[in-house]
Design a protein around this ligand. Structure first.
Ligand SMILES: [Cu+2]
Length: 188
């Protein structure tokens, strides 16, 4: 359903509006209120500014720490290192990215079986991003030509058709650079 966001210029334009419209509304509200509703000095003292600056900084630092600590286990490099340290037998798959398609040694995987994606690019910088059938990005890898393969271990938890997309701008047909992975129920 959200395919158009990736495949047409109007999709990108719509996403742009989602960022621009709220910004514009807040900006115009502030300008309007200050210029036409209340042109008097604000009455905010230096002490007020200091107090709110302190609160704001505390909030930002606290959010930074909480979000980072809570999300650390979802970082691909972290769960790949954990899976590798755990000695699990992962299925090796080679992925070769080239403008503007992928060549993979396998396209079908099973739920619950770890897959090690060994990916590289043959020409320019490409991405290898795998999307859950509901549209969420599960992980993305940046593939730089001339650099040895990057590896990532991922274990699919649900069957379905997973979309692969390039998330590094790589030229004219970048928006069309995609593929599909099928994940089936565990056989045993
Ligand atoms: Cu691309």
């Amino acid at each position: 359903m959200l395919e158009f966001i990736y495949q047409s210029g109007w999709g990108a334009f719509t996403v742009l509006l989602l960022f621009q419209i709220p910004f514009l509304l807040v900006f115009l509200t502030i300008v309007f209120r200050k210029a036409y509703v209340n042109s008097e000095p604000s009455g905010i003292t230096d002490a007020d500014v200091g107090k709110w600056r302190g609160r704001w900084l505390t909030l930002v630092v606290a959010l930074f720490l909480i979000i980072n600590l809570a999300s650390i286990k979802f970082i691909p490099a972290v769960y790949t290192a954990r899976a590798a340290a755990g000695d699990v037998a992962a299925i090796d798959v080679t992925v070769e990215a080239q403008s503007w398609s992928y060549d993979m040694s396998a396209y079908e995987f099973e739920v619950g079986k770890p897959v090690r994606f060994n990916a590289k690019s043959l020409d320019t910088v490409h991405g290898f991003a795998v999307y859950h059938p509901d549209g969420d990005v599960l992980f993305t890898m940046m593939l730089v030509p001339g650099v040895s393969e990057s590896s990532l271990i991922y274990t699919f938890t649900e069957p379905g058709t997973y979309k692969v997309r390039c998330l590094e701008y790589c030229g004219m047909a970048h928006h069309d650079m995609s593929d599909e992975i099928t994940v089936t129920e565990a056989s045993s």
